[in-house]
Structures are given as C-alpha cells and as structure tokens.
Design a protein around this ligand. Structure first.
Ligand code: FES
Length: 398
C-alpha cells in the first residue's frame, strides 16, 4: 500500500484506488480504511467535504429577512441567512474581533450581534458597530472614562473586517454551501437534475416533518445503501410492496449524482396509503414513479409524485453520522382535513424503512472493522451507482 512520510497510507495517491477504478464488472470496492480510519477521515474532510457543494438545509427554513440557521461543513462552523433583499448568504460563524462564535442556534436577527463585546454586522456581512473600540459608538461624555484617547487600535477601519463569506447557492429549495472558492458552480455540479425535475415543484415545498438520527456508521455506507436496491428483498420486504424489486431502473445523466427510479409504483393499502394529490404538472409516467437520487456528497432525495423525502447528513467521525430524515409537501395540502394524521402516517412508514437501513449500515460498519476484509466486488445491475459514487470520491481524494 502506498504510504505517506507520516507512516499513514497515502490516501491521495491514485495507486491506492487502482482496483476500484476498474470497470464496474472487475472493480473492487473502496479500501476498507475509507470507512474506519481516522487519518482517512481527516484527509477526506479537506479533500472532499471542503471542496464539494454540501447541502445544509432548505429555503423554507429561512423565509424572512434575518432568518438564519447554523450549520457545520468539514468541521467548520457556518451560518446561512436570508438578507434584506431576499437573497441567501452564508458566513463563517466567527466574529472578526477575537473570534467568538456569533450565532448559537437558529433564529431571526435584525443585525448579527457578537455576544462577547457587542460588535454588530449587517445581514449582508458588513461590520456596522464596534462599541467603545477606537472611540466609535461611545456615548457622549464617556470618552474619558474609557480612556479612549490613549487606548485606540491604530489604523483600524471597519470596512476591513466584514464577516467571512462562504459560497452559497440553491436548487429545488435546498441550500448548498461550498468552502472552496475555486469549485465549479452548483449548476455544473447538478448536471441535468434541474431539467429532469422541472415539473416537480420542489422549490415550493415546505418542511413538515423531521426526525434526527445518530448512526453508528460511516457516511459513505449510508449513501451507498441508499443508491442500490439489491438489499430490498431482505432488508425491506414491506417497501417492496409499493416499490417493487423488478420495477427498479437506472436513472442517470451527467452531474454529481447517482440515480435510480421505481416505475411504476405499486398500490398496497396494507403497506402505505398516501392520500395526497399528485403534483399538477407531472407527465403520466412521473405521476406513477418515484425517483431516488443521491446528490454527492450528503443528500439523498426520494422524489415521489406527491411528496419529497430527503436524508440530509454529515459525518461526525469516521464511524458516526448525524442524519435528518426530512419530509416536504406542497403548502396547498396543509389545509386539507386530517392532514396531520396523514403526514404522521406517511412519515412513520418512511422512518420504519429508515430504521431498517440504519440497522443494515451499522452492521456493515461492524463488519468492515475486520482487518481480514480487503474490499468486495460489485454487480453491474444493482451496484453501478455505488461504483459511480466511489469514483466521485476518488476523483476528489486524488
Ligand atoms: Fe466578537 Fe469581541 S469577539 S466582539
């Protein structure tokens, strides 16, 4: 194995991935250290997470000027807010004075006020006020008390200390950030997804249910589990009643995603009844199909004809992941009689399916701890999306 000077395997060396780079029918899965090793996790954070378009939330979470959410990407504290002109902005969650965290949690603010010494920033990131600092903002008659005349910061100009901005873009109502100023635009990252889902009103949907998971598995195992249906007969017999094993198809185009679909969906009232109307602009085929898209690195989309489910996750260690299961629906359905019971019932079923997946991926995490395991083989019919995903990861790692 290629080693770095520090004694670790050199996880940026293309030679390490030669077996995974082969055509899918000959390929071996990623080196098992990718799922368990601290050093791999450290390098991956810099090479993958700090250079990708990472999903962090939804536009509907910040509908009004000043609404903000705190998020974390590649261990970096950030926040996203709605500015006064209705745009989205992302900033590092750090004050330009002595580095305090600015925002502790989601909320709404007219200005962003540092809790430490009160510096204030506009919603556009401009430094507005620095109380008592260099005599600025000192109430009349207080200058002597604060010894301003002989204690000033020299050559200090507020314009030199705006909030530190991060790239922030949106698609389908999802907010993405990218720590890398040189990364490709989000539109290029998405490939043909905007065209594929042009008739699904994803950007209009509202987040109506969320369940949080702490999963004892590497984030890549969660993504890989999502994008193959080989495990359905054994892992999800109930799901097969509505998303038939033999009704799955590849659904792939250009872009940083791995897709498949179920067409047509099956009706089985004993398994799940979705009493929501289908989106109005769909083609006949779309109104009978579900699309499953994992958008690299961290959001899995379940696009149904009448609702939208996502797995939004981030790694919290080499073998642990924090995940939200989120359900979004069109606001028009929220006034329907009995809607809360309907949403609860639908969400309960998807969490039941997700609970099954969590048990499976935690089982894989336990298994890949075995040093004797050197990686496995892939089957084109079911696991080509995993091969595609692993090659995306290698592209960024190397
Ligand atoms: Fe923010 Fe001092 S650290 S005002």
């Amino acid at each position: 194995m290629a080693s770095s000077q520090s004694g670790h395997a050199d996880y940026c060396n293309p030679a390490l991935y030669e077996a995974t780079r082969r055509h899918v029918e000959q390929a071996v899965t990623l080196p098992p250290d990718s799922y368990r090793d601290e050093e791999f996790y450290r390098v991956e954070r810099q090479r993958v997470w700090a250079r990708s378009w990472v999903a962090v939330g939804y536009e509907c979470q910040v509908p009004n000027a000043g609404d903000c959410i705190t998020v974390e990407v590649a261990d970096q504290p950030l926040f996203v807010l709605r500015d006064r002109s209705g745009g989205l902005r992302a900033f590092y969650n750090v004050c330009r004075h002595r580095g305090s965290r600015l925002l502790k949690q989601h909320g709404n603010c007219k200005v962003i006020r540092c809790p430490y010494h009160g510096w204030g920033y506009s919603l556009e990131g401009q430094l507005l006020g620095t109380p008592y600092f260099k005599g600025l903002d000192v109430p009349a008659g207080m200058a002597e008390k604060f010894a301003i005349a002989d204690g000033v910061a020299e050559d200090f100009c507020k314009d030199d200390y705006p909030l530190l901005a991060v790239r922030c873009e949106r698609w389908a109502g999802i907010i993405f950030v990218n720590l890398d100023d040189a990364a490709m635009p989000l539109a290029e990252w998405l490939g043909d997804l905007p065209q594929r889902y042009a008739r699904h009103p994803l950007a209009e949907l509202k987040l109506v249910r969320r369940r949080d998971y702490r999963i004892g598995a590497n984030w890549k195992l969660i993504a890989e589990n999502f994008m193959e249906y080989y495990h359905l007969p054994w892992g999800h017999p109930e799901l097969c009643n509505i998303s038939g094993f033999d009704n799955h198809w590849r659904y792939q185009g250009p872009g940083m995603y791995c897709g498949m679909c179920t067409s047509p969906l099956s009706d089985d009232p004993n398994t799940l009844t979705v009493d929501l109307p289908p989106f109005t602009e769909l083609t006949y085929t779309e109104s009978k199909s579900a699309y499953f898209v994992h958008l690299f690195p961290n959001i899995s989309l379940w696009i149904f004809p009448h609702h939208f489910l996502t797995l939004l996750f981030r790694p919290s260690g080499p073998a642990t992941t924090l995940e939200h299961v989120d359900m979004l629906v069109h606001p028009d359905v929220l006034t329907r009689p009995g809607i809360d019971e309907s949403l609860d019932r639908i969400m309960k079923f998807w969490c039941f399916v997700n609970d099954q997946d969590v048990e499976l991926v935690e089982g894989v995490q336990a298994g890949v701890a075995a040093r004797a395991y050197r990686g496995g083989r892939l089957c084109y019919r079911f696991e080509e999306p995993i091969h595609r995903f692993q090659n995306m990861l290698i592209d960024l790692m190397t």
